[in-house]
Design a protein around this ligand. Structure first.
Ligand code: ZN
Ligand code: ZN
Length: 351
């Protein structure tokens, strides 16, 4: 039996590198030899026991790699081809997918998120891609692994915050939190044509990066009250679109408090516990506000579009990769990433 190294969730506080069998390829599947992957904030929630997954599961949902084996029924690809698969792997055939909600594949909330959630993920030497023909997209010639490493999740998620918010040319947009997802939302807002982008965070390095990716104004919440500042910057009018990129009551509520009547609150964060809605900021329910939520869009067509953005140079997210580790150093990488040490934004992991 062939074995491989894989980062496995053992229990809260414990993700360790273990030897596991290389997955067997079934109908419609493909086996990818992972060449680069990364760690997501969601993986840290799993590590801390805040998001439950089965012990023994391989973690990770952001694969870049090379096709090692194709299962029966998979056509249109070649062994050795460089590919990306999204963090979300829809089947592309169920009612929910065909209804345009591929992230909710199967009609269950978050049903499209399988890697490192309901099936083995990609922080490993190999990963099995289900419904490979719906999910694998060849990497265009000339793009490096690190250039496309953000496509499977944070670029797709961050951009979707701007897309779901229906940002129009000339809009003013506020983005709360400038972690990797918020930074990608900033880049997405710029691509969508926002002409005043206000980014909020408490870490100077992150605010500096958000300027680089398109923010026109930055607010450090340790130095100024973001709500007062945003209302001042918009002459008391509020913003057209507020993007929530953290998943806390405070950031959600702040988004609502800076939103103009008729504006859109586009929520990307993962909330826990209870989320309450202050009626004063919500105009008692009569302000024509819209609240939209989005889970990272996946599937090969999404990956194709995102890689087009990278290839065209319209957005350069490679600077988000601040640290590099080998797969056998992954426990060290988790420690750095989970504790946000050393200005870390994203880590590249190479098996
Ligand atoms: Zn993720
Ligand atoms: Zn589906």
């Amino acid at each position: 039996m062939r074995t491989m190294k894989a980062a496995v969730f053992v229990g809260p506080g414990k993700i360790v590198l273990e030897e596991k069998p290389v997955p067997k390829v079934g109908f419609g599947d493909a086996l990818i030899r992972v060449t680069t992957t990364t760690i997501c904030g969601t993986d840290v929630h799993i590590l801390k026991g805040e998001y439950p997954v089965a012990p023994g599961l391989t973690i990770g949902h952001e694969p870049v790699g090379v096709i090692e084996e194709l299962g029966p029924g998979v056509t249109g690809y070649e062994i050795g081809q460089r590919v990306v698969a999204g963090a979300i792997t829809p089947c592309g055939q169920c009612h929910t997918c065909l209804d345009g909600h591929t992230s909710q594949c199967g009609g269950k909330p978050i049903g499209g998120w399988r890697f490192g959630n309901t099936i083995d993920g990609c922080q490993a030497e190999y990963v099995l891609v289900p419904n490979a023909m719906a999910n694998m997209e060849p990497v265009p010639e000339g793009l490096t692994d690190e250039q496309v490493l953000m496509c499977p999740d944070i670029m797709s998620t961050g951009f979707s915050g701007a897309e779901s918010g229906n940002i129009r040319i000339g809009d003013t947009v506020a983005i709360f939190a400038q972690g990797p997802i918020g930074l990608c939302a900033t880049a997405g807002a710029k691509l969508k044509g926002a002409t005043k982008i206000i980014a909020v965070d408490g870490i100077p390095e992150r605010l500096a990066m958000s300027r680089r990716l398109g923010a026109d104004e930055i607010i450090n919440f340790n130095q100024a009250d973001p709500i007062t500042e945003i209302m001042r910057l918009t002459d008391g009018k509020g913003v057209d679109v507020a993007i929530e990129a953290l998943g806390t009551q405070r950031t959600f509520e702040s988004c609502l408090r800076v939103l103009k009547p008729g504006g859109v609150l586009s929520s990307l964060g993962v909330y826990s516990g209870k989320l309450t809605l202050p009626v004063d900021a919500f105009a008692a329910g009569l302000g024509d506000h819209k609240i939209v939520t989005t889970l990272c869009p996946g599937g090969k067509e999404r990956m194709r579009r995102l890689m087009n953005v990278v290839a065209s140079g319209r957005a350069d997210l490679k600077p988000l990769v601040t640290h590099r580790f080998r797969l056998d150093q992954i426990e060290e990488a988790y420690d750095l990433f989970a504790n946000q040490r050393d200005g870390v934004l994203k880590v590249a992991i190479t098996p």
